[in-house]
Design a protein. Structure first.
Lengths: 326, 331
């Protein structure tokens, strides 16, 4: 178990190293820190001097190592626009984004399992056909269109749900304000969560259905029938457990990807999260903030993948974590 | 009264463009505690027969007509809920490949306990105690520990022993074993067969053993059905069928046994292949491969007739029987 953890940790570090190199390369090539610092009116001589002082004329490797050293101490540069450490800016926005992802995840997990199982067990029923048809539509409509349609229907026409912002949030701890403590907060997070879930949910339904149908054809399911086991137990114990194993792996990766999808959703719903912030930072050529965002998202991605692998190892008896490290 | 009485069982597959018949008018009886072998080449319909007896045909397959009387009740007409009371309880099945038969994510204990609990009101502890007793009967070392193990932690031979133990959990009247050793290492095949025979005899359980190996059938069973292209071509006491086969197909199978071939000689395989379900010849289905076939065989389908103590479906059985000794002298 420990060996496996150490191995996973090294993989994670390797991935983070690659992300940091890419991040630094962007920093190095995009925008000119001097322009942000001194504006246009300074002579070329003074500029060169400043460059030397800032170490901008050092070799790529030397500059990267400095960048890395700072990053390891939690210093991802200072936002040009906010005049604050970039990491702080992001951490303030992070809870809003994570809550949005959580909301979407709850919707996806809560609906995809029953829908996927139902459509696998009754592939020819009318309801299954409707679900599968809707899932195709869901996959093919882009998130921002779903979001705008929902705003039009539920906010503008019906006036049931708010269309922008987080509404009433309750302070929990540190930078973390939560939507889940007030009714107003729930109302505000509902539409963005659905919009964010709208692509993944149909994918998950189809994935679970396909896996489940394959499992239902397996020898061990036929054997369970031959033992006189009740269909309910065959579906939900014999088949579902084997179905969810591959789904966990794919699903975990997708939930990591969802953090990136929040850019669109947050923009449409004016959700004050880091996706919205990222788009603004690009518009303002706030390079340190852009790079810090990439690194934080990369970090979240690596962490979720590692956790997913660990969960997979724990629920799959054929994966021996203790031995996998060897 | 016999334990199992199958009459005129016909099984079809509803394919997209046509319906094909996989089993034609299969009839046989099995007495309580009797052991019956079903032999034939690949595609003969042996497995389909086995699954029909469990009313467990998978999708496009269905029982078209005929009766399967098990303890006097017609299985062919039962719904799933009624069948559940019989499957695993009065009639158990042993599948071919133990590597894929057990559920990989459930422990041996869970899979044994659920079987018992599906048919009896038992607590988990009580069920585990029964499971341990049965595991001991199939010579599984330290059965208590096995209960907590997952299938992948056990060898193929061990798994098949466990599956045999599972088949015996509820003291069934009949075990259907479909090529139970084909997927196993050759060195342990005989052990598993011996174990199965021993347990069937000591528990007075009926056995239907499906195999393509006549050698196994002769050691394990009292009666034999020889199947070809979805039909029974010869049926009778195993000893007589092995020693004095009547149907040219049975003779071909026996001649192809390695024991029948002198060292250094090639195995005498029956020429040609089993026809697929969509291309079964008119007349005798075996006629294209049969060296005794005459015109009549190619046009009219032979019905099973009694010949001595066996039943055989061959037009030329009289002529053939007189010829056989000469044939053997020539060979
Ligand atoms: N699901 C299916 N759909 C269509 N045809 C099938 C199906 N399952 C089996 N068959 C056909 O039914 C015939 C009998 O199959 P069966 O599995 O009973 O053969 P078998 O005697 O058990 O052969 P083997 O020794 O290879 O196991 C074969 O021709 C096979 O192709
Ligand atoms: Mg078979």
């Amino acid at each position: 178990m420990l060996a496996y953890l150490v191995k996973r940790l090294f993989q994670a570090i390797a991935v983070m190293f690659v992300i940091s190199v890419i991040g630094f390369a962007i920093q190095d090539n995009l925008g000119d820190p001097l322009r942000e610092l001194v504006g246009q009116s300074v002579s070329e001589e003074v500029r060169q001097q400043l460059r030397d002082e800032l170490g901008l004329n050092d070799s790529f490797a030397k500059q990267y190592l400095r960048f890395l050293g700072n990053a390891l101490q939690g210093d991802l540069g200072t936002s040009y626009f906010f005049k604050e450490p970039a990491l702080d800016v992001i951490l303030k926005k992070l809870p809003a984004t994570l809550e949005l992802v959580l909301g979407a995840t709850i919707i996806i997990v809560g609906l995809s399992v029953p829908l996927g199982v139902y459509t696998a067990i009754k592939p020819n029923s009318i309801i299954s056909r409707i679900i599968m048809g809707l899932s195709i539509i869901g996959i093919s409509i882009p998130v921002f269109l779903t979001a705008i349609l929902m705003i039009f229907v539920f906010s503008v026409e019906l006036g049931w749900l708010p269309s922008f912002g987080r509404g009433d949030v309750v302070h929990v701890w540190g930078y973390w304000d939560t939507n889940f403590a007030t009714l107003d907060g729930w109302e505000h997070i509902l539409l963005p969560s659905i919009a964010l879930a709208s692509i993944m949910l149909p994918l998950f339904v189809r994935l679970i259905r396909a896996e489940m149908m394959e499992v239902l054809e397996s020898e061990y399911v036929k054997y369970a029938k031959a033992k006189g086991i009740h269909p309910g137990r065959i579906y939900f114990v014999h088949a579902l457990k084997n179905t969810l194993l591959p789904v966990i792996t794919v699903g975990g990766v997708q939930i990591g990807t969802m953090v990136a999808y929040t850019i669109l959703t947050e923009t449409v719903f004016q959700w004050p999260g880091m996706g919205f912030m990222f788009l603004e930072a690009i518009n303002r050529v706030d390079t340190p903030l852009v790079v810090a965002y990439l690194i934080v998202v990369g970090f979240i991605f690596v962490v979720t993948n590692t956790i997913v692998d660990l969960i997979y190892g724990l629920v799959n008896p054929t994966v021996n974590l203790a031995r996998m490290g060897a | 009264m016999s334990l199992l009485s199958v009459s005129d069982l016909t099984v079809k597959f509803a394919m997209r463009d046509q319906t094909v018949t996989a089993l034609h008018d299969i009839s046989f009886d099995l007495a309580k505690g009797e052991r019956l072998g079903i032999v034939g080449e690949s595609g003969a319909g042996k497995s389909i027969t086995g699954f029909s007896l469990m009313n467990l045909l998978s999708k496009p397959g269905y029982i078209d007509s005929g009766k399967i009387l098990f303890e006097g009740q017609d299985i062919a007409g039962m719904n799933d809920a009624q069948m559940r009371g019989i499957r695993g309880n009065k009639m158990a099945m042993i599948f071919q490949d133990p590597m894929v038969t057990l559920n990989p994510v459930l422990t041996i204990g869970q899979q044994m306990v659920e079987t018992l609990q599906a048919h009896r009101k038992l607590s988990r502890d009580e069920a585990e105690q029964i499971a341990i007793v049965k595991l001991r009967e199939v010579y599984i070392p330290s059965p208590e520990e096995r209960l907590n193990q997952y299938p992948h932690e056990l060898s193929g031979g061990m798994r098949q022993r466990i599956i045999i133990a599972m088949a015996l959990l509820l003291n069934p009247q009949l075990i259907i074993a479909d090529e139970p050793t084909t997927a196993l290492d050759v060195t342990i095949q005989a052990d598993i067969m011996e174990l199965l025979l021993e347990l069937c005899q000591s528990n007075k359980v009926g056995l239907i053993l499906i195999t393509h190996d006549l050698g196994v059938v002769s050691q394990m069973t009292e009666r034999t059905l020889v199947m070809y292209a979805g039909r029974i071509v010869e049926a009778g006491r195993t000893r007589e069928i092995i020693n004095d086969p009547q149907h040219p197909y049975t003779q071909g199978l026996i001649n192809a046994l390695p024991q029948q071939t002198l060292p250094g000689h090639r195995l005498k395989q029956i020429p040609g292949n089993m026809p697929s379900l969509t291309s079964i010849p008119v007349g005798c289905p075996f006629s294209p491969r049969c060296s005794y076939a005459v015109d009549h065989c190619r046009t009219t389908r032979p019905e099973p007739i009694s010949y001595g103590t066996v039943r055989v479906a061959c037009h030329e059985v009289n002529r053939l029987h007189n010829d056989t000794p000469d044939q053997e002298k020539q060979a």
